[in-house]
Design a protein around this ligand. Structure first.
Ligand SMILES: *Cc1c(COP(=O)(O)O)cnc(C)c1O
Length: 403
């Protein structure tokens, strides 16, 4: 090195902003110098000699062993996502549900107790209510709107608090900072399912959470192409319990899907911000419409937790839920009269999507349980996409005129 040549400080990733990290973070170029991240679609790896193989298995030498638990493309996705999230470490999984079950099962054992918000994504609640008891893990579900409810439900053997915020589908918020404090005061960890807000709008780890989980299927891919999931957080937990559970049980993401997610991350911020901007405008439109009974949107003034939304989220997210004046039939009629907005249960997609929670994602719950979660027959959940927002409003307006 020449005597007075300086090292560009931007070579240190800690000096880069989220936007730059989303494009360059985690890139591990092969000897061919490809611009786009390369796709290592292999299951196994070879070793130059037997001693190297022995050392790799003993963890005495870095290097790949088997794609069930380590693969260069998957690692690029994990590292880029960790940089965006501001997490120490990450492990990717085959789906969002693989991430949730891996996070819970690696942290809980027979005799433990879990506290969770009761308004959860359907399969998350299913795991807690139907599977955890089979392994001797009990749980208490609470109304997560009041943080005190978590403190009241916690027991000496509570090891995990699990929450979603905003919740699906009624977009209630949980005060992440307060609940993290309650967890830590009682020797438990806090796991946050951050799918609805995405890493762009909310950073649970900064608010005190220990682990954050995502369905990468949603905003991270955001183009309806692939399933995936990821768990991020504390290095000791991720590289210890989480890594080992993934390694031994195998809910691994395919390298191809990880590659799709990597490319998704490059445009995640652009998409989430645009979708949220569209969603905010739609929430405003719906709130004023005479055939709408109620709108649920974190950054709409009518939201009972508007102040908390402003505190812990950068924007209101891409999801708007609303009740029509009428019943299930009215809600169906509205959805059936849309031309651009698709009827589907996915969310966070470039394409706008509407769903009727009571008869689809939350069908298995009794009417009483549905009402406890705020799911009425007249409720629709709209995931706002990247289309021209005025076209979307015209689409909704036409359908509303038909009911
Ligand atoms: C979709 C979703 C999941 C599950 O993710 P998959 O990728 O479909 O397995 C979990 N939590 C929330 C909040 C979701 O929206």
């Amino acid at each position: 090195m020449a005597q007075n040549s300086k090292i560009n400080p931007l070579k240190d990733k800690r000096n880069l902003s989220q936007q730059t990290l989303a494009v360059h973070g985690g890139t591990n170029r092969s000897k061919y110098g490809e611009t786009s991240e390369s796709l290592f679609i292999n299951s196994g790896f070879t070793y130059e000699n037997s001693l190297i193989a022995q050392k790799r298995f003993a963890g005495e030498e870095d290097g790949y062993i088997y794609s069930r638990f380590s693969n260069p493309t998957v690692n690029m996705f994990e590292e880029r996502m960790a940089l965006i999230e501001g997490a120490e470490a990450a492990r990717a999984t085959a789906s969002g549900m693989a991430a949730v079950s891996l996070a819970l099962m690696s942290q809980l054992r027979a005799g433990d107790h879990l506290v969770a918000g009761r308004a959860l994504f359907g399969s998350c609640r299913y795991i807690i209510e139907e599977y955890l008891p089979r392994w001797g893990i009990s749980s208490t579900l609470v109304d997560g709107v009041k943080a005190e409810n978590f403190a009241a439900a916690i027991r000496p053997n509570s090891k995990v608090i699990f929450i979603e915020s905003p919740t699906n589908p009624t977009l209630e918020l949980v005060d992440i900072e307060k609940v993290a404090k309650i967890a830590h005061e009682n020797g438990a960890i806090l796991i946050v399912d951050n799918v609805f807000a995405s890493s762009i709008l909310q950073k649970p780890l900064k608010l005190g959470a220990d682990l954050v989980v995502y369905s990468a299927t949603k905003h991270i891919d955001g183009q309806g192409r692939a399933l995936g999931g990821i768990i991020l957080g504390d290095k000791t937990i991720i590289e210890g319990d989480i890594h080992n559970f993934l390694r031994q049980t195998g809910p691994s993401i395919s390298p191809f899907n990880a590659w799709i997610m990597l490319k998704g991350l490059e445009t995640l911020e652009l998409r989430v911000n645009k979708m949220s901007k569209n969603a905010k405008k739609i929430a405003k439109f719906l709130a004023k419409h005479k055939k709408i009974k109620r709108v649920f949107y974190p950054l709409h003034k009518s939201h009972p937790q508007y102040e908390l939304a402003k505190k812990q989220m950068k924007k209101g997210s891409s999801i708007v839920s609303f009740e029509v004046k009428g019943d299930q039939q009215t809600a169906f009629k509205l959805a059936d009269n849309l031309a651009i907005i698709l009827i589907s249960n996915n969310l966070g997609d470039a394409k706008s999507i509407i769903s009727h929670p009571a008869t689809t994602t939350h069908q298995r719950f009794s009417e009483k349980e549905q009402l406890e979660m705020g799911i009425k027959p007249s409720l629709l959940r709209l995931s706002v996409g990247l289309e021209n927002v005025d076209d979307l409003i015209r689409d909704l307006n036409f359908a509303l005129e038909q009911i």
